[in-house]
Design a protein around this ligand. Structure first.
Ligand code: GLY
Ligand code: MN
Ligand code: MN
Length: 464
């Protein structure tokens, strides 16, 4: 937990942005895996964590703007619960740590809200993603659980996303702590992976590092020789001599901030000539993205700068042809780079995504593209200091996509299909770093993780 002042200051800032009414935040509950008492790993809701810091199931909090009051609703442990789960501080003691003086039993939330609704006061809440909390909202506010998000508060969404998207020094330090774990996960995988091993041996090893050094993985590990599948969570293949493998993984720090790092490395320690060529283009696109990040420029512009580096690199190797500026404008590069350059990073690996990407990633100045590939850019707005983003270009040879585009004769003026088809077994390469926008540009967060061809080959050659 951060200092009490961190939480009181965060709430004070939020209060200034909401004119009237009551802000209602629900914490997350335990989620049963196969029966009630056998639960998934518990994770508190990030907005609840941000403003109220407490991590236990069955909590709710209100910030009463009209009456300038803050209340945490939750129950003290019963003796029965203490017998099974050990002694606990009282709710009052816990609430004091985050600067909240008033606590009430959980079931008083309903009475509190009925009274507020009776007085026609506005209840501000954020979009919900857990079905148990949607049902709770239905009971508390009398709104159909399936429609609850239609009633979420735009002014609250704007206030929270503006505040949470700019990271403080202590938040950046937490992200860097998570990246220190990523360093071990990335270099550990490079030295541990060998031909003949199953992907899951390495995926399990690095998941263990995340658990032993922090709060576990920040998202399901992508560790695959089939890196052309962007979010490949299958770990059942055997690694072979000559394979490259994508390791897209991240850890959660003690305060639950995420890292999100991708490296692609040769299993046996040496890239082939073909792999080196494609790797270097992705590296150039990663560096161009990092260099392109600066205050006042839109992330959409950075995305397209990086896409142009990919297209020019592929043209130099004969995969593309014609004007690459026009090809990128038309969206032809998306055959190889079908996703966005990056996303916000913070308490959530795709930070703020529960608020709806169009609510924080786009605005009246930056509209969402409808083009295949670029429409997947999750955040496109003008950058400002303190925003933390990933920069994660990639080049993928996706056989199904190549076949479809070729059959449709799509972008034949820009794509050299015979050459592309000869790479259908290549796989994919992605390189991802986490950066903070500074006053003049950007800073790559954390300790450097092997990234150049020489660095990666050296790390992947030193086997343990
Ligand atoms: N870890 C998934 C991503 O990079 O967005
Ligand atoms: Mn990633
Ligand atoms: Mn990412």
């Amino acid at each position: 937990m951060f200092s009490t002042k961190t939480y009181t200051t965060r709430r004070a800032q939020l209060k200034k942005k909401i004119d009237n009414g009551v802000i209602l935040l629900l914490g997350n509950n335990d989620a049963p895996m196969n029966y009630t008492d056998n639960t998934y790993h518990y994770r508190q809701d990030s907005t609840f964590l941000y403003y109220f810091g407490l991590e236990q199931p069955e909590l709710a909090a209100v910030i009463d703007i009209d009456e300038n009051k803050e209340i945490i609703f939750g129950n003290d442990f019963t003796l029965d619960e203490i017998v099974w789960m050990g002694p606990q501080q009282t709710m009052k003691q816990k609430a004091e740590k985050v600067g909240v003086k008033v606590t009430k039993p959980a079931d008083e939330l309903e009475t509190f809200l009925k009274d507020a609704i009776g007085k026609k006061r506005k209840i501000h809440f954020i979009p919900q993603y857990r079905h148990d909390n949607m049902l709770k909202f239905q009971k508390l506010l009398g709104i159909d659980a399936n429609k609850i998000n239609d009633y979420s508060s735009i002014s609250l969404i704007k206030a929270i996303t503006e505040q949470r998207s700019v990271k403080s020094k202590e938040e950046i330090a937490e992200i860097e702590n998570a990246i220190s774990i990523s360093y071990e996960m990335q270099t550990g995988a490079m030295s541990y992976a060998k031909p003949g091993m199953m992907e899951r041996e390495i995926a399990g090893f690095i998941a263990g590092l995340a658990s032993s050094m922090g709060n576990g993985i920040a998202f399901p590990i992508i560790f695959s020789r089939n890196g052309q599948t962007l979010h490949n969570h299958f770990h059942g293949n055997i690694l072979k001599e000559g394979d490259i493998v994508v390791n897209d993984s991240g850890a959660e720090s003690d305060e639950h901030y995420a890292s999100d790092i991708t490296r692609t490395f040769p299993v046996s320690g040496k890239f082939t000539a073909q792999q080196r060529e494609i790797y270097q283009i992705v590296l150039d696109a990663n560096l161009a993205g990092i260099k392109g990040v600066k205050p006042g420029i839109s992330f959409r512009e950075v995305h397209f700068k990086s896409a142009l580096v990919i297209a020019e690199g592929l043209k130099a190797l004969g995969f593309m042809k014609g004007s690459m500026k026009e090809a990128v404008k038309a969206g032809a590069h998306a055959l190889f780079f079908p996703h966005g350059l990056g996303h916000l990073l913070g308490l959530d690996v795709h930070d703020l995504e529960n608020f709806g990407e169009n609510n924080f990633g786009y605005d009246e100045n930056v509209k969402r593209s409808t083009q295949f590939g670029s429409k997947s850019l999750r955040f496109a707005r003008i950058l400002k200091p303190g925003i933390v983003l990933t920069i994660e270009p990639g080049i993928y040879f996706i056989p199904e996509l190549i076949d479809k585009w070729k059959a449709e004769k799509k972008f034949t003026e820009y794509i050299n299909y015979p050459k592309v088809e000869s790479y259908k077994k290549f796989g994919g390469i992605r390189i991802e770093d986490d950066v903070v926008v500074t006053n003049t540009g950007s800073r790559v967060l954390g300790i450097p993780i092997p990234k150049t061809i020489d660095e990666v080959e050296a790390a992947a050659s030193e086997k343990i």
